[in-house]
Design a protein. Structure first.
Length: 78
């Protein structure tokens, strides 16, 4: 006597029950919400810059971060 197609019993009922439970209770993965962008907002980042390059921008005193930003903007063609 053969079994009807599609009516096979899983070999491990506990695994089948856990899989069925997980299928109905698992939340779908959601992409993190996009952050609102503020025009001309500064972003905190960490860069590794060679000491001689950093010394060059810092030798004129305060404002060295803005000078680096200006140089990067120019290099980016903006």
């Amino acid at each position: 006597m053969s079994k009807p197609p599609g009516r096979t019993r899983p070999s491990d009922p506990r695994q089948a029950a856990e899989a069925a439970f997980k299928a109905v209770t698992a939340k779908p993965l959601e992409a993190p919400p996009k952050r609102a962008s503020v025009p001309n907002a500064k972003e905190t980042v960490s860069l590794r810059i060679d000491r001689d390059v950093l010394d060059h921008f810092q030798e004129d005193g305060p404002g060295w971060q803005e000078r680096i930003n200006d140089a990067l903007r120019k290099a980016a063609g903006k």
